[in-house]
Design a protein around this ligand. Structure first.
Ligand SMILES: Nc1ncnc2c1ncn2[C@@H]1O[C@H](COP(=O)(O)OP(=O)(O)O)[C@@H](O)[C@H]1O
Ligand SMILES: [Mg+2]
Length: 150
């Protein structure tokens, strides 16, 4: 568990995580209420990975594709997904191909169709700032979490 006092702390932690991500495929789920900081965290990841433009929230498009330093990165926001089956029409298998990174907001909405993530990030409101919890689901993610906590 980690305390994020302001938006900059969220961006800084995301940048630290970005520096630890493997070259192989890696999937991150981000959970938390509206406004908890999921998109802010993803913006921090993308910027640290080398993205220079804006980061659009893919609330209506469901997914934004980035190609950064020869790597495919997919940012999903499944808030408006009506049915997990819709993901099949998006061709989600392609998104989890070798070397791709995927960051998924509202993964609960894709339950049953989305694969397990490597890493789950949970963000929670506090009186001021946010609280963040990392839960690893893969060996690669466990190693990253150990490093993050040091
Ligand atoms: N650690 C933090 N403390 C306070 N405010 C934060 C923190 N991290 C992000 N924020 C702010 O909270 C809001 C979160 O919005 P957003 O990232 O779009 O949330 P979500 O994608 O979870 O709906 C933004 O206004 C952002 O500036
Ligand atoms: Mg969002």
């Amino acid at each position: 568990m980690c305390w994020l006092i302001d938006e900059q702390a969220t961006l800084d932690l995301a940048a630290e995580l970005a520096s630890l991500l493997p070259d192989s495929a890696f999937c991150i789920h981000l959970k938390g209420d509206l406004g908890a900081g999921k998109t802010t965290f993803v913006r921090g990841l993308l910027t640290a990975l080398g993205h220079t433009g804006k980061v659009k929230s893919p609330t209506y498009t469901l997914v934004e594709h980035y190609h950064i330093n020869a790597r495919d990165i997919y940012h999903f926001d499944l808030y408006r997904l009506a049915d997990p089956e819709e993901l099949l029409y998006l061709g989600i298998e392609d998104y989890f191909s070798s070397h791709a990174l995927s960051f998924i907001e509202w993964p609960e909405q894709g339950k049953g169709v989305l694969p397990e993530p490597d890493l789950l990030i949970s963000l929670n409101y506090q009186k001021s700032g946010r609280q963040v919890t990392f839960t690893p689901f893969s060996a690669a993610a466990s190693i990253i979490c150990d490093k993050l906590h040091n």
